[in-house]
Ligand binder design. Structure first.
Ligand code: DLL
Length: 433
């Protein structure tokens, strides 16, 4: 553990710490930011009414729309001379958000990312190759500062240039890879198709810290087998800090939330009501220590559940389940609510398909038209036509029985679907065009 005092703090003590920090954060936002002052006043809430953690339910939510309406710096709570970094995310759903950091915020972020890499087995002896994009996206610099804080050696290659990535892994002896899970698969595919003499198992690579997009257990298995590594899920969002909000530990069963810096609640997205432990809903974040951009009850739109268990790793921090969807990447196909992840799970359970797919939505008259384009492996593609037809109808049948929708299925040869260097683009919705 990078910071045992906080990561394994007895829960009672952690609760006290959270209460003190919540009080500070709420007061800081109210006193130093006009948006929060108005929003709290409108809701009839003032920080002096915050007497226990239970009072959180009286604090108004911060919505994505509030962020948009206050672009670029309307949610900052310190003067610009205290801000040392600005990041911005185009957002998974296309709405820009801007985040500012003070020196102190960068310190917290570096610490939670150091903890994240340590939870994946990293220490100062490791060589961490950061293949997340550097720039306004928080992945690159977040992993970079975390790895340095841990004392590891960083290779700041950023995303792209796959062949060079693979050569560096081999020649520099990279031990930990940081990138999106879809890019990790992309690297494995590159090796399989273009570098016959390359063997991941002969490199020093032992682990990967993968995140920034949803991925399934099947994808984890695939990455672990093909690269001969342990693949850990890491999670975060720019509005909260970037990567470093939560991460998996050696148990790989749920992501520990760094609760000494982030307070989490799960709510019913329709009613806003806080749900009991273990129930699935939208996760809501409150920052406890952030100076430049405090976020108070931010509705993330990510769907998960949180639960407390005595984790074998020794951390006492609450766990969140792998995020498999958002309230807003939900697509409605002929009235059926579908998450891209459900489609991925179906495809990954079918022998012969690859984890590269796109869902193309169109409108034919009044009806939604769905096409699933999915890559199949080389063997199937070069086999007889009957094999392809069999697979097509197997996929169609699974879609009908699991999701209740009929879709056109197009099987394509390996490497047809455009690869992304960062987050994969799974859905192309042409219905509103
Ligand atoms: O994606 C931060 C990040 C960078 C996380 C690198 C992990 C690794 P944003 O670009 O603001 O920030 O996008 C945040 O991405 O609300 C989730 O919907 C999704 N997301 C992030 N990590 C995961 C994950 C970064 N491990 C949005 N699993 C979030 C599922 C994830 N979804």
């Amino acid at each position: 553990m990078f910071n045992k005092e906080y990561e394994a703090m007895p829960r009672e003590k952690l609760k006290e710490l959270q209460f003190e920090r919540l009080k500070w954060s709420i007061t800081h936002a109210y006193n130093n930011n006009k948006f929060y002052k108005k929003s709290f006043d409108d809701a009839g809430f003032t920080p002096d009414k915050f007497k226990s953690i239970d009072d959180m339910k009286h604090v108004p939510f911060l919505m994505k729309q509030d962020m948009r309406e206050n672009l670029p710096f309307g949610l900052f709570a310190v003067p610009m001379d205290k801000v040392v970094r600005i990041h911005s995310s185009s957002g998974t759903t296309g709405n820009a958000t801007v985040a500012g950091y003070t020196k102190g915020d960068i310190g917290v972020w570096s610490e939670v990312m150091a903890r994240t890499i340590a939870a994946a087995g990293g220490n100062e002896k490791d060589i961490v190759q950061v293949a997340y994009g550097y720039g306004l996206f928080t992945g690159g610099l977040g992993a970079h500062y975390g790895a340095e804080t841990l004392g590891a050696a960083v290779i700041p290659i950023s995303g792209g240039n796959t062949e060079r990535q693979l050569m560096l892994i081999r020649d520099f002896g990279t031990t930990i890879l940081a990138c999106t899970p879809s890019y990790a698969i992309n690297m494995a595919d590159y090796v399989a198709t273009k570098m016959p003499d390359y063997d991941f198992k002969k490199t020093n690579l032992k682990a990967g810290v993968f995140g920034a997009e949803p991925w399934t257990e099947n994808m984890r298995k695939e990455i672990e087998t093909r690269m001969g590594i342990k693949a850990y899920d890491i999670y975060g969002l720019s509005e909260v800090i970037g990567p470093g909000v939560s991460c998996e530990c050696s148990e790989q069963s749920g992501l520990h939330v760094f609760e000494d810096h982030f307070y989490v609640e799960v709510i019913n997205p329709d009613t806003g009501e806080v749900l009991p432990e273990g129930e699935k809903g939208e996760i809501v974040y409150t920052s406890l220590t952030k100076e430049a951009c405090p976020i108070i009850r931010y509705r993330s739109r990510d769907i998960t559940r949180i639960y407390y268990d005595a984790c074998k790793c020794g951390r006492t921090l609450v766990k969140m389940e792998k995020v498999t969807g958002r309230t807003d990447d939900m697509i409605i196909i002929r009235g059926v609510n579908v998450f891209p992840m459900q489609i991925e799970s179906i495809l990954m359970d079918i022998e012969g398909t690859e984890p590269h797919y796109q869902i193309i939505l169109d409108r034919k008259g009044a009806l939604d038209d769905v096409e699933i384009m999915v890559e199949v492996n080389e063997k199937i593609f070069s086999d007889e036509l009957s094999q392809m037809q069999k697979l097509t109808s197997q996929i169609q049948q699974r879609f009908r029985s699991v999701l209740g929708i009929s879709a056109k299925v197009t099987l394509v040869e390996p490497s047809t679907i455009e690869r992304s260097l960062g987050k994969a683009k799974r859905v192309i919705d042409r219905r509103d065009m």
